[in-house]
Ligand binder design. Structure first.
Ligand code: MEV
Length: 309
């Protein structure tokens, strides 16, 4: 059995989505592939399966698999801790493969089980990453049911409604700062600000407002407006304290050739994205200031499952 899942970038609404505000994410064409073979012991890429090194794979096996031991081989084009959803990508590829081998692979079940794996492993705050890499294309997460509803995910008091959203063929460049972002720490930092400061709560609400407003420009392929909203969203994320000097540098140079640019994902390191017609120029600018740049497109395909073994 071979399964795979894409990476993702959040276009609008990271952090705010933790508090029930809407967010929009897209799957991108960098993928993680996983091969499963039956064996006498569990192994991952030739090493014994160990909780410490293979947290997501181990948790997925604990939650799903009751068959014979598996030899698991992984290959990923997604840099880890970059904000491109590397943990969601490996989680969903593994969950899809394991459920596939049990003949239980179905989009909603894969997305919900994948969220549970991430939640139990790193206390993931929202299901945006796992739902996006399961479904592919574009996802809108909100706190109420809207058009193109796919499924809902509940955790404690919070319930997220996951929707398909049509997004144009955006040309994006992702700039990786090389500094690993730590999602739980960044989420906790914002949570403290949010709890104690009404201004932070207003900023989170404003991010939610921007996300709703950008739906129309996305439908109309109005890149100038989309770019303006990206810049606004970036200012608000900076106020929340999730930027980093390297992210700021990459954003500033990208803007010379872009409609807009912003931090994507949890921040504090990790990645930025730029919306541009001049991908090569933006790549050059980012690499000149020391970042690693990826030209990416939206991945139509979410998870895949091939060949029964
Ligand atoms: C990280 O990709 C996105 C955050 O909003 C956290 C989450 O939603 O789980 C920062």
């Amino acid at each position: 059995m071979i399964s795979s899942a894409p990476a993702k970038v959040i276009l609008f609404g990271e952090h705010a989505v933790v508090y029930g505000e809407p967010a929009i994410a897209v799957a991108i064409n960098l993928r993680t592939t996983v091969m499963f073979e039956r064996d006498v012991d569990y192994s991952v890429n030739g090493l014994p399966l160990i909780d410490k090194y293979h947290r997501y794979i181990k948790k997925a096996i604990d939650l799903i698999w009751d068959g014979e031991p598996l030899k698991i081989t992984t290959a990923s084009a997604v840099p880890s801790a970059s904000g491109m959803g590397s943990s969601a990508s490996i989680t969903i590829a593994v969950v899809a493969g394991l459920l596939g081998m049990k003949n239980e692979a179905e989009e909603e079940k894969i997305a919900k089980t994948g969220f549970e794996v991430e939640y139990q492993t790193q206390g993931r705050a929202s299901p945006i990453d796992t739902s996006t890499v399961t479904h592919g294309k574009g996802i809108l997460v909100s706190n109420k049911k809207m058009d193109n509803f796919l499924w809902d995910v509940a955790k404690g008091e919070t319930r997220w409604f996951i929707h398909h959203i049509e997004v144009p063929r955006l040309k994006l460049v992702v700039g990786f700062s090389g500094i690993k972002g730590h999602t739980p720490e960044m989420v906790e930092k914002v949570r403290r600000f949010y709890m104690w400061n009404s201004f932070a709560r207003d900023v989170i609400k404003e991010i939610g407002k921007i996300t709703m407003e950008v739906i129309k420009p996305l439908e109309e392929e109005d890149y100038v407006k989309i770019g303006e909203y990206m810049n606004k969203n970036n200012k608000l994320l900076t106020i929340l304290g999730v930027s980093h000097p390297m992210l700021k540098k990459m954003i500033d140079v990208s803007l010379k050739h872009s409609y807009g640019a912003k931090i994507t994902g949890a921040g504090g390191g990790g990645c930025m994205i730029a919306l541009t017609d001049e991908q090569d120029e933006v790549v050059k600018e980012i690499e000149e200031v020391g970042g690693k740049a990826y030209k990416v497109e939206i991945a139509e395909q979410g998870y895949t499952i091939d060949t029964q073994i």
